[in-house]
Design a protein around this ligand. Sequence first.
Ligand SMILES: Nc1nc2c(ncn2[C@@H]2O[C@H](COP(=O)(O)OP(=O)(O)O)[C@@H](O)[C@H]2O)c(=O)[nH]1
Ligand SMILES: [Mg+2]
Ligand SMILES: [Zn+2]
Length: 324
Amino acid sequence: MDKSVDAEVVHGLVVKNTGAWYTVLTDGPDGREVNCKIKGNFRLKGIRTTNPVAVGDGVTILPGADGLAYITAIDPRKNYIIRRASNLSKEASILAANLDMALIVATLVHPTVSTTFIDRFLATCEAYNVPAGIVINKTDLLVDDDNRDLLEAVTYLYRSIGYPVYHVSAKDGAGVGELHALLAGKVTLMSGNSGVGKSTLINDIIPGINLRTGEISEAHDQGMHTTTFSEMCRLPGPEGGWLIDTPGVRGFGTLDFDEHEVSHFFPEIFKISADCRYGDCTHTHEPGCAVRRALDESRIAQSRYASYLSILQDDTEGKYRKPF
Ligand SMILES: Nc1nc2c(ncn2[C@@H]2O[C@H](COP(=O)(O)OP(=O)(O)O)[C@@H](O)[C@H]2O)c(=O)[nH]1
Ligand SMILES: [Mg+2]
Ligand SMILES: [Zn+2]
């Protein structure tokens, strides 16, 4: 065993994860970044993960006999988000831990983000107990009446369910100050389809970060799903805060829900389901279903119900299993 005199136990925050390496920012005003590997068994119960430790984790690090630094303990997590490494793989990766918030950046035009995509993101956040919000970017492009009406309808729908909706234009800066104020002091995961303007927004919020924008990088994004790569960017300003830009989100919609649990992750559907005749109602065909009655009476949005069904009927092999 190593008995070196300067073997100090240090606590810090994981800010970057590339494969087997983790960058840990040590606590305190003079915190430094230390590259670490892992020592010990940190597996989550019941699942195999490619990375047992994730950005956002509070960890204890210790120098090893080989001169490297090792993560030897992880603080209890308040939450974490997992995604499957790939559709075929049984392995998952922990995307981030200890999130205060997760935002989906969406656009109504160029590109048109489907409500199903938004709903799957929101349901994922519900499943992992992460407060979620929606950022609608490129509002500068929403000039004609139809598009303004669409913006209003989408905003009303999600706000009525309880999700905050923010309107921004990374191009002309509208709403970006408010978004920055929202992020201040928090750890936020930012996600969204390629092309919606995530990198442009982050460049607005974090001067000098110079993320590349405007590139269609689907192939790149897809490649990212098989490896683990996550990074937290520190926000400027006295309150600080961290932003996690997830590289590609295709795996997000694939959740390991238990079939009867899916409605738990659609708050307005779950609330109404208390009045269904059967406790294990799937809200598809059962008599006395309060959810389908509410749908008929437009108290639940068709688009939300369609998203609910799309998750329920997604019979990807091995999809349903015990929640993590
Ligand atoms: N009109 C308009 N274009 C934007 C806005 N934000 C980003 N873009 C453009 O959308 C494209 C994709 O942006 P990018 O930040 O790379 O998207 P990402 O893939 O989500 O990171 C780029 O050509 C940006 O210039 C916006 O608010 N309005
Ligand atoms: Mg980008
Ligand atoms: Zn029902």
